[in-house]
Design a protein around this ligand. Structure first.
Ligand SMILES: CCCCCCC/C=C/C(=O)SCCNC(=O)CCNC(=O)[C@H](O)C(C)(C)COP(=O)(O)OP(=O)(O)OC[C@H]1O[C@@H](n2cnc3c(N)ncnc32)[C@H](O)[C@@H]1OP(=O)(O)O
Length: 303
């Protein structure tokens, strides 16, 4: 296991100069209503910031859960509520997802939600993970991931669930489904999402090794669609969104649904079994031990 973790660390290791500072400055979940001024609607709950420009129809959703935008239960709840509000808002036609944290898009699922908790907690957490994927993968509006930093595992899944991915061309960043490096297994709908994006053979290599790709390798395998200098990620995402919004919404939406609905339906048909499977799996002593070692490794590599 230690060897696996060491190998894992080499895929995700950052120098100490890149350590992020600061803890979460925010309190518990607090969803504020949108307010309107000059065609812009903004809402800032504690972990998700939404800025909707109703003159262009483009909303920017920023992850702000320091230090690494890990997806805790609170984060996922706020995230899904924000997306639901935007889906219902007729003035919104497209959503750009990005990070307010330097160098990190998202560190993926919050490992602390899967470690040392009760089966009831694991079930609640897993349902919220399913909810965000179902919302994103079946989202009616156009979505772009503006990937401005590291994006392992759940972070990669969120990016993969968008319609288009633009990544910062910084050779230090990595993106991929690295679950096996933690001794855990990406569920079938993570796998389906990857296969639908990069094809079966590449997904076989990617998932079994838990590969984390540099931006240029991610572009080569089609995991991301475009690389741009770091400072242009959001600007390029906005320009790209404007081009996509030239397509009539109903035609694009129906095409998207035709391609994605069978994948969404597979999880909808087996949500409860998938939750039970997760709870049984994550509750095992061997899995708890792997997660505990991984958390220790994350802390120790800073020292
Ligand atoms: C059927 C069963 C199926 C189960 C499937 C479950 C699917 C799982 C999906 C997942 O998403 S699992 C999570 C995978 N994520 C990772 O492996 C990323 C781990 N983190 C990193 O590699 C690095 O933190 C980083 C993202 C590259 C950033 O590096 P940086 O040097 O900038 O920060 P750190 O000092 O490493 O981290 C700061 C702080 O944050 C804690 N932390 C990091 N990632 C997570 C996380 N995913 N969950 C919880 N906490 C995380 C890290 O331990 C540090 O904590 P402190 O030491 O400051 O307390």
């Amino acid at each position: 296991m230690a060897a696996v973790l060491r190998r894992g660390a080499s895929f995700i290791c950052l120098g100490s100069s890149q350590l992020l500072s600061g803890g979460c400055k925010h309190g518990r979940t607090c969803i504020l209503p949108f307010f309107s001024s000059n065609n812009r609607n903004s809402s800032s709950s504690s972990k998700i910031k939404v800025d909707l420009d109703s003159s262009t129809g483009i909303a920017v959703v920023k992850f702000q859960n320091p230090p690494v935008n890990s997806m805790s239960l609170d984060f996922l709840t706020e995230f899904v509520i924000s997306l639901e509000k935007l889906e219902l808002d007729k003035s919104c036609r497209g959503v750009i997802l990005t990070s307010a944290q330097p160098k990190i898009f998202s560190a993926g699922l919050d490992i602390l939600e899967m470690y040392g908790k009760s089966p009831e907690h694991y079930a609640e957490f897993w349902k919220s993970v399913q909810d965000i994927w179902l919302k994103m993968y079946g989202y009616r509006k156009m979505t772009i991931a503006a990937i401005n930093g590291f994006s392992p595992a759940g972070g990669c899944l969120v990016a993969l669930s968008c319609d288009y991915r633009i990544m910062a061309d910084n050779p230090r960043y990595r993106i991929g489904l690295n679950e096996t490096q933690l001794g855990i297994v990406a569920p079938f709908w993570f796998k389906d999402t990857m296969v639908n994006t990069v094809g079966h053979r590449t997904a076989e290599l990617s998932l079994q090794f838990g590969l984390m790709y540099s931006p240029s390798d991610a572009l080569k395998i089609g995991l991301v669609d475009q690389l741009v200098p770091e400072e242009n990620v959001l600007g390029t995402a906005t320009e790209t969104m404007t081009k996509w919004l030239a397509i009539p919404d109903h035609a694009r939406e129906i095409s998207k649904s035709m391609l994605r609905k069978p994948t969404v339906d597979r999880l909808l048909a087996s949500r409860d079994a998938d939750t039970k499977n997760f709870v049984n799996f994550v509750s095992r002593d061997s899995i708890q031990k792997s997660l505990g070692l991984y958390l220790t490794m994350l802390k120790e590599r800073k020292e």
